[in-house]
Design a protein around this ligand. Structure first.
Ligand code: ATP
Ligand code: MG
Length: 562
């Protein structure tokens, strides 16, 4: 269980649990569950729920179940189940033997429904869906009772068993809880608890043609598993009286308690599964694991770490009111974590060839670089230096502004951990006038030493040796949406950021990255944090930019150059 922080988190849910423990309400038992429906991949919002449920179980020496809430056959699949299992595990949580499927309870749920019929608490209604909706009433008007509401128990039992037997068409009948058509809470106006749906289920296949509704299945699944705290998001607040109504009628002894918290909304991001599915199905992104996706699998591929995601979830906390969290907080957590763990390397993304005129042909020097400026345990590596190098195009300007501490006519700069070089000239493309090669001279005295006259060289730039580097493709990611709350827009795809992916195909990484394994994170000095992508092969390195450095593009990153 992941519980590294010494200060235990505190929030209104943990306050409720503390109170219950004092009064021994659940016999000192704390049992939670994370109940995703396997109809999509889980995202950062689910991660918040995962951290909350597993976090509470860990903190109180309780248990947390992973339950696939698979009671609606449409859109559910084993692919999604497998992805959820992989993603929750990757986030760092362990449910031991406690993996459950709501579909395993279908028979029990059916018996519960029969019991409700027998006690006069449910009836088979033969109105179609439109009529049920129409008779439900509104916020200001009570609903009307179904003409089938007073069927006898015997008739209801007979009808319900025939529904199960497949005698009726989809939608011909439903089983409804008999509660109160005049209730101010519309949820309680005889909600449908079973419907006929001739749809094969990915686990039970064609065994069932009736399926329980979420409100009926969820609370009873919780009860069957001995859950004490059924933590869910705020949109279920109005359903809580129904949750309680059902368990009070069917469960004796300790009953689960539903507690609602505010779902995570993240700026520049959509977190509704329906919308994420649309992004995937309509190819706005390249699959669920596209590094621009807020899915756990997308974030993993991008190079985010589970520690960073857990830390983000801890920082946003748990509240009772909906709000919009700034995505830069997530990026901050990612950066903070990678700053500690990512080895530093040099790579050039937009190369400009640089020739050091007075450096001997064929000479190669090895320079020792620390892999991490603050962590000597991460060791050192040798980086080769030679006459022809690559530097970033924007580390040279023909007409630089005054405060520009990089290369330009008449200027000097230090090559990171190597020599001070001075501008000597340029070679230009005859047609375009574009600078295609830079010439400099170096001062051999300045290897790890200031110039002889002691003057300060302001700028430090990174480099790779042309003969000692590997070509790489680098994908630069930006936010997927260009407005801060795309989730509030019906037509959300209109706000996709056309520049969310830029692919650079002529980059050079230092030689030490030659055999970098997919999923390895690095800090490319001065450029940001990068991760070797899954598309990397023995022939072609591919990197994703995970997140830029705090400093803006091109500025010297203090920490890595001093
Ligand atoms: P969506 O609303 O995106 O379709 P969902 O709520 O239908 O998602 P489920 O698979 O039913 O997805 O969710 C599993 C659990 O994750 C639920 O307990 C749900 O409350 C929680 N959850 C889903 N989205 C968020 C979110 N954005 N923030 C916090 N918890 C969430
Ligand atoms: Mg749901």
């Amino acid at each position: 269980m992941t519980q590294s922080a010494t200060i235990l988190p505190s929030d209104f849910i943990r306050d409720i649990i503390d109170d219950d423990l004092r009064t021994n309400k659940h016999k000192a038992c704390v049992a939670t569950r994370f109940p995703p429906e396997p109809n999509g991949y889980i995202h950062i919002g689910h991660a918040k729920s995962v951290c909350l449920n597993f976090g509470i179980a860990g903190q109180y020496q309780g248990t947390c179940n992973l339950r696939l809430d698979d009671t609606d056959p449409l859109g559910e699949s084993m692919e999604y189940v497998e992805s959820i299992i992989r993603d929750v595990r990757w986030l760092g949580f362990d449910w031991g033997e406690r993996l459950f499927y709501a579909s395993d309870y279908f028979e029990k749920l059916y018996s519960f429904a029969v019991e409700l019929i027998k006690t006069g608490n449910a009836y088979v209604c033969s109105l179609n869906a439109d009529d049920v909706r129409e008779q439900r009433g509104t916020f200001t008007e009570p609903g009307r009772e179904s003409p089938y509401r007073n069927r006898s128990v015997a008739e209801n039992l007979d009808m319900f068993s025939r529904m199960r037997a497949g005698e009726f068409a989809d939608g011909a009948h439903t089983l409804r809880a008999k509660i109160d058509m005049a209730s101010p809470n519309i949820v309680l106006r005889d909600p449908v608890i079973y419907r006929i749906k001739r749809e094969p289920h990915y686990r039970t296949e064609t065994k069932w043609v009736i399926y329980p509704m979420y409100d009926f299945a969820h609370c009873l699944s919780d009860a069957l598993e001995g859950i004490t705290y059924s933590i869910c998001t705020l949109e279920f607040e109005n359903n809580r009286p129904l949750y309680d109504w059902i368990v009070e009628r069917l469960i004796t002894g300790s009953r689960p308690q539903q507690i609602e918290f505010a779902r995570l909304n993240l700026s520049y991001t959509v977190l509704s599964k329906r919308r994420l599915i649309e992004l995937v199905k309509k190819n706005y992104v390249q699959g669920w694991d596209d590094p621009r996706m807020p899915t756990v699998t997308g974030m993993r591929r991008r190079g985010y770490t589970p520690e960073a995601i857990r830390n983000f979830c801890a920082q946003i906390g748990v509240a009772k009111n909906d709000n919009l969290i700034d995505v830069s907080l997530l990026e901050h957590c990612v950066r903070e974590d990678l700053n500690n763990r990512a080895p530093r390397v040099m790579s050039v993304l937009r190369p400009l060839r640089l020739v050091i005129d007075n450096y001997p042909e064929n000479q190669v020097e090895e320079f020792e670089f620390a892999n991490h400026p603050q962590n000597p345990d991460m060791g050192t590596r040798q980086v080769s230096f030679s006459k022809v190098l690559y530097i970033e195009q924007d580390d040279f300007q023909e007409n630089p502004p005054k405060k520009y501490h990089r290369l330009g006519p008449g200027r000097e700069v230090r090559l990171r951990n190597a020599y001070v070089i001075k501008f000597a000239g340029t070679v230009k493309d005859e047609k375009t006038g574009e600078v295609i090669e830079l010439h400099c001279t170096y001062d051999p005295q300045t290897r790890n030493a200031p110039p002889a006259d002691g003057h300060k060289v302001q700028g430090v730039i990174h480099w790779v040796s042309a003969e000692h580097c590997v070509p790489a493709v680098v994908r630069l990611y930006d936010r997927l949406f260009s407005i801060d709350n795309p989730g509030s827009e019906e037509d959300f795809t209109k706000y996709l950021n056309p520049h969310s992916l830029e692919t650079l195909t002529t980059c050079y990484a230092e030689l030490s990255l030659k055999n970098a394994k997919p999923g390895s994170q690095y800090q490319f000095e001065r450029l940001g944090y990068f991760c070797t992508d899954l598309d990397t092969t023995a022939k072609q390195l591919v990197f994703n930019r995970i997140v830029a450095l705090r400093d803006s593009w091109g500025k010297v990153n203090k920490e890595s150059t001093t």
